[in-house]
Design a protein around this ligand. Structure first.
Ligand code: PEP
Ligand code: MN
Length: 345
């Protein structure tokens, strides 16, 4: 449930409500908006007398929250959340572009991609060091060595960095090298991994599972948040449908649906959702137009020889052209987006 305080409620009144909630063994989450203060209650509600709560000074009303996810729920926290990864803020005012190779292959490869995506306007470098491939015989990633290259590339370019983690060991290693961790589609309901990501102290990008509903996805976010980590960003990356013309089906409507249900930022991955570089630009523009807070795009110096996901990777020229074409969409959507190179915006 949430307790909505009267506009201009006194600080002592808010404190009194919180202490009543806590004295009953429940947890209170304070959300202080410009006008209204909301206190979210998490825990066993049968331990609390709602009627008693209503007699507290400055309490306006009590609203039940029927959804099983609470901390991720917009009712708990009406203001949009801003998540910081390194020096980048992902949220409602900006367009954050995460770009880079599917997999970190060599240090030289990563460095040259990092410079190119930075020049074209990306602010976060992506690169997989642990690759959960469909086939066990496919390239599985450089693991900790790949994370080291990510750190160096981040230091050299000033880009923030993000890397997928697939195990508890990978989280332990990632904490030493990158600014943000990613939970991939295949691990969206790996609840032990989600809890551990919640304890890592790093912001988490949570990709939608291949067959996950919006509700299941939000509950996965709740696992991370319930460990005390509020810094979760959602990523729509396409779902399995009967359609085979694209690798997955981009559920673009997930963006406005999520905007209604949660305060967490949501970004779109047009690369994994379409599986083809040809469709990435149009889907990227659609994502910006429908309110996404960012994009994750695969870029490679030589897609034909990429060790993974070459067909969906953009060349440097394609990525550069895309960011220039995206600029007017970003400004129409009211989001700041800076292309670094002079004269290109
Ligand atoms: C990735 O981003 O490298 C990846 C494997 O994506 P997904 O988990 O969405 O398949
Ligand atoms: Mn990939």
């Amino acid at each position: 449930m949430i307790v909505i305080m009267k506009p201009g409620a006194a600080e002592e009144s808010v404190k009194a409500v919180i202490s009543y909630i806590e004295s009953n063994g429940l947890t209170a989450h304070l959300s202080q908006g410009k006008e209204v203060t909301i206190i979210g209650v998490v825990g066993d509600k049968t331990r609390l007398s709602t009627e008693n709560l209503t007699v507290y000074k400055d309490v306006d009303r009590i609203v039940p929250v029927t959804e099983s996810y609470k901390l991720a729920n917009k009712k708990f926290h009406p203001e949009p959340t801003r998540v910081k990864a390194g020096n980048v803020v992902i949220g409602p005012d900006t367009m954050t572009i995460m770009a880079g190779p599917c997999a970190v292959e060599t240090e030289e490869q990563l460095m040259c991609i990092a410079r190119a995506v930075k020049d074209a306007g990306a602010s976060i470098l992506r690169g997989g060091a642990y690759k959960p491939r469909t086939s066990p015989y496919s390239f599985q990633g450089l693991e900790e060595e790949g994370l080291r290259y990510m750190k160096r590339a981040g230091e050299e370019t000033g880009l923030a960095t993000i890397c997928e983690v697939v195990s508890l060991d990978a989280i332990e290693a990632a904490v030493k090298y990158v600014d943000m961790i990613q939970i991939g589609a295949r691990n969206m309901q790996n609840f032990i991994l989600l809890r551990e990501a919640g304890r890592s102290g790093l912001p988490v990008l949570l990709k939608r599972g291949l067959c996950a509903t919006i509700d299941e996805w939000l509950n996965a976010a709740e696992y991370i948040m319930s460990e005390g980590n509020p810094n979760v960003v959602l990523c729509e990356r396409g779902i399995r449908t009967f359609e085979t013309a694209t690798r997955n089906t981009l559920d673009i409507s997930a963006v406005p649906v999520m905007k209604e249900k949660t305060h967490l930022p949501i970004i779109v991955d047009p690369s994994h959702s379409t599986g083809s570089y040809k469709y990435v630009p149009s889907m990227a523009k659609a994502a910006v137009a429908c309110g996404a807070d960012g994009l994750m795009i695969e870029v490679h110096n030589d897609p034909a020889h990429a060790l993974s996901d070459g067909p969906q990777s953009l060349t440097f020229a394609h990525f550069d052209q895309l960011t220039r074409e995206l600029a007017p969409f970003c400004s129409l959507a009211g989001r700041s987006f800076q292309i670094k190179s002079e004269g290109k915006a």
